[in-house]
Ligand binder design. Structure first.
Ligand code: AQP
Length: 333
């Protein structure tokens, strides 16, 4: 069955191995299936839910688009654009926010994590971020959304919002109810410094993540310094329990080499982490460095990136405008 795919990445800099293995690598596989219609969005409206520097933001929008293309998304096959250029996303978000109960949003754990202790100072945008995400997805009659596991709750909210709109306005099947596409085994890549914390762009320690633009030396150094424990590598998955750092490194190795955990444990069981780290660094250099080189090349070709984004926005606008016009009719505008 042909799938309609939509997903987004925030242009907040430092795109990392977690973004790649949790999301972008799946985008590429979906792009490569000729049956699928794919839309990949640089979600710049989401990025401003926390303060951004305007010059950096502009640069990060291009860098995120460059990362999509450098990773293997073909702009002739998939639509690549930045969210702020298609106004239907904001309009849809407002309409959906008017029919989304506060109680649903109060349950969102990402807001709690990102707002931290000082909730009163967090932006309203950060609070209603999941409603904008619902608008992004629903405008395109999306059937499948490839995301990392951290976005699962937001996707469930999107599904609830779609059902509620269809029911409230007696508009059966107006919004398609999308399915998440989450890679079961390796959906959450953790920090290289703390196996209990998600690898994240905003972690103050650069050693906690492999950035997709890191040099070869940096990748080797970060893997060398990655936290491990003092036990040897086990040979069964069950014995990884309560060993978050070991689990993370084994998971990263398996994911980047497209193999099962079992296969990796069979390969490294009984060995020391230095063996795994040497091999992991080598495979990361093989897979990440070509992407990194391509990102750097594309970044120097701003006109090309801008052209892709403008053309992508025109195509996305055509689809989204139709849906928002129908939505307006349904609600009585
Ligand atoms: N550590 C991760 N493991 C697996 N998947 C991940 N994703 C992010 N971190 C991991 C997935 O990457 C996609 C794009 O994410 P995003 O840029 O929109 O925002 P995010 O999830 O907020 O990313 P970060 O790195 O955690 O940013 P900060 O530090 O700003 O909060 C999504 O599909 C996400 O699931």
């Amino acid at each position: 069955m042909s799938k309609k795919i939509f997903s987004g990445v925030q242009p907040t800099g430092n795109l990392h191995l977690g973004n790649y293995l949790g999301a972008i690598k799946n985008f590429v596989d979906l792009n490569n299936d000729k049956e699928n219609e794919c839309i990949f969005c640089v979600v710049d409206l989401h990025a401003i839910t926390v303060k951004q520097d305007k010059d950096k933001l502009r640069q990060n929008i291009r860098e995120t688009a460059a990362t999509f293309i450098a990773s293997g998304i073909d702009p002739d096959k998939s639509i690549i654009f930045n969210q702020s250029k298609v106004h239907a996303h904001s309009e849809g978000s407002w309409i959906l926010s008017c029919m989304s109960p506060m109680g649903w949003l109060n349950r969102m754990t990402q807001f709690k994590e990102k707002a931290g202790k000082d909730k009163e100072k967090a932006s309203v945008g950060l609070y209603i971020y999941p409603v904008l995400m619902a608008s992004d997805i629903l405008l395109y009659d999306t059937t499948h959304v490839p995301v990392g596991e951290d976005q699962k709750q937001h996707l469930e909210l999107t599904r609830d919002i779609a059902h509620k709109f269809n029911k409230d306005f007696n508009a059966e099947d107006f919004f398609k109810v999308p399915e998440p596409l989450i890679n079961k085994n390796f959906s959450r890549i953790m920090s290289l410094k703390d196996g209990l914390k998600k690898m994240s762009k905003s972690d103050p320690s650069d050693l906690s993540r492999i950035n997709l633009t890191d040099s070869k030396d940096k990748i080797i150094n970060k893997i060398k310094k990655a936290k491990t424990d003092s036990l040897p590598i086990p040979n069964e998955e069950q014995k990884l329990k309560d060993r978050p750092e070991a689990q993370n490194l084994i998971g990263i190795y398996s994911s980047i080499s497209n193999q099962t955990l079992d296969k990796t444990l069979y390969e490294f069981g009984g060995k020391n982490f230095s063996d795994l780290k040497n091999q992991l660094a080598e495979i990361l250099l093989n897979k990440i460095s070509p992407i990194s080189d391509e990102i750097k090349k594309l970044i120097n070709n701003q006109d090309y990136l801008d052209k892709i984004l403008i053309e992508g926005a025109a195509k996305a606008n055509e689809i989204a405008r139709k849906k928002i016009t129908e939505m307006q009719k349904i609600i009585g505008f």
